[in-house]
Ligand binder design. Structure first.
Ligand SMILES: Nc1ncnc2c1ncn2[C@@H]1O[C@H](COP(=O)(O)OP(=O)(O)OP(=O)(O)O)[C@@H](O)[C@H]1O
Ligand SMILES: [Mg+2]
Length: 390
């Protein structure tokens, strides 16, 4: 039997036919860009930020030169500004392929320092920050609006803080604030993406959390029931695997909160099991089995754990215990979390940590005063990884 697999993707950004359209979110962000606002696009891990902005950059309206890059590895001010210059040039370059009027302008952009006689001086340290602001002056002469989608921006602030110190990180944040000026915003907009709450990192570095208040925040949540069904149908359209209404409801219920990544993972695993047995019809038994197999694949989830220990090493014991208790008990009340925080001498900041880390980054959600894991998969994985021992 020749088996046609479901159109899943588990890990990399979802693009082209793999992308499930998220119209409402795309429109909301475009509205902010068009109103000349810099945007901070925040969402828990794996909810689909990168996929959305890649699609936005690809389908940008007339007059917008857009480009997306993951800038996570940038760890110094020069590297960051060199990237900004390159991205601006590249976005205009792509744009000018469709709009000939900009071609000469793009050719004229040189991102190197030149001496008075026009020869580039390789030995001299190039001031990319200066070049960036010079380039913005040039972009102002055009009719185009450059939009840079900078993925994992909070990591860059963190890296610069680690490598170049607090003053450098502060300077970067001050520069971002200075871009809020009307003189730049007509032609240049930043969309900063992140999953670790930027304000949390900024607070850690500078001791204040008003440093990024100028950015217009946009949040991305999990799919609603209808969207989750549509995603499931998109994934299995034309596939050998057959999902009836009962199996659809069972699978989505098993996933709890509808985070696209977790739905994709479970569908892919179900598909593999059915293919092994050459049975096209999905049933609840196969879904349960696929779920258990997923839990054994540790590498899918370790990142959720290591991110906490990397960014919040001193709070990690507290966060870990909250998550462990929550995994075992299924729900925790705010009082129970407070009790845990006292054990870790974190009672002054516990609510902020809960909101800004565990909720903002998609581990837990709150409903009627009780906290639970967004994803039962992550909950069960957490129980396995961090068992409660006497
Ligand atoms: N719009 C979408 N259509 C289809 N699948 C999606 C979509 N958005 C997210 N996914 C699923 O989630 C995975 C991660 O997507 P993406 O990288 O866009 O999320 P993210 O929020 O940027 O994650 P991270 O926080 O890890 O950067 C994809 O491999 C895919 O399985
Ligand atoms: Mg991403």
């Amino acid at each position: 039997m020749s088996w046609k697999r479901a159109n899943t993707i588990t890990g990399p950004t979802a693009e082209g036919s793999k992308y499930f359209k998220r119209d409402k979110v795309e429109r909301r962000i475009w509205r902010k860009i068009m109103d000349n606002h810099h945007v901070l696009f925040l969402a828990p891990r794996r909810v689909g930020k990168s996929s959305i902005v890649i699609e936005m950059a690809r389908t940008a309206p007339e007059g917008y030169a857009c480009i997306w890059q993951n800038i996570q590895s940038d760890n110094s001010i020069p590297i960051f500004y060199k990237r900004m210059c390159d991205m601006i040039k590249e976005s205009l370059d792509i744009y000018s392929k469709t709009t000939s009027s900009l071609r000469e302008f793009v050719k004229g952009i040189k991102i190197t320092k030149v001496s008075k006689d026009g020869v580039s001086i390789d030995t001299v340290e190039i001031d990319y920050r200066e070049q960036f602001f010079n380039l913005l002056e040039k972009v102002k002469e055009t009719e185009v609006k450059v939009v840079l989608f900078l993925d994992e921006f909070p990591d860059v602030v963190w890296n610069i803080f680690k490598h170049e110190g607090e003053a450098a990180a502060e300077k970067l944040l001050a520069d971002i604030r200075s871009l809020d000026d009307e003189k730049f915003k007509r032609n240049f907009i930043l969309v900063l993406l992140g999953s670790v709450g930027l304000s949390h990192i900024v607070k850690k570095i500078t001791g204040r959390d008003d440093r990024v208040n100028n950015l217009h925040k946009e949040y991305l949540y999990a799919l609603n029931d209808q969207e989750a069904k549509e995603l499931l149908r998109q994934l299995t359209k034309g596939a050998t695997m057959q999902v009836d209404a009962q199996a659809e409801a069972y699978l989505l219920n098993k996933m709890g909160h509808h985070i696209p990544y977790f739905i994709q993972l479970l569908v892919e695993e179900c598909d593999e099991l059915l293919e092994e047995d050459e049975i096209p019809h999905l049933d609840s038994r196969t879904i349960d089995k696929a779920y258990s197999r997923l839990l054994q694949k540790n590498e899918r989830f370790t990142d959720w754990d290591s991110r906490l220990s990397k960014y919040f090493p001193e709070k990690y014991p507290f966060l870990l215990e909250v998550l462990r208790e929550c995994a075992y008990q299924n729900t925790l009340t705010i009082q129970e979390i407070f009790n845990i925080s006292k054990k870790h001498q974190n009672d002054l900041e516990f609510k902020k940590d809960l909101d800004d880390i565990l909720v903002a980054d998609g581990y837990l959600f709150e409903e009627g005063g009780r906290y639970r894991f967004n994803s039962p998969l992550l909950r069960d994985w957490w129980k396995n990884r961090h068992p409660k021992l006497l």
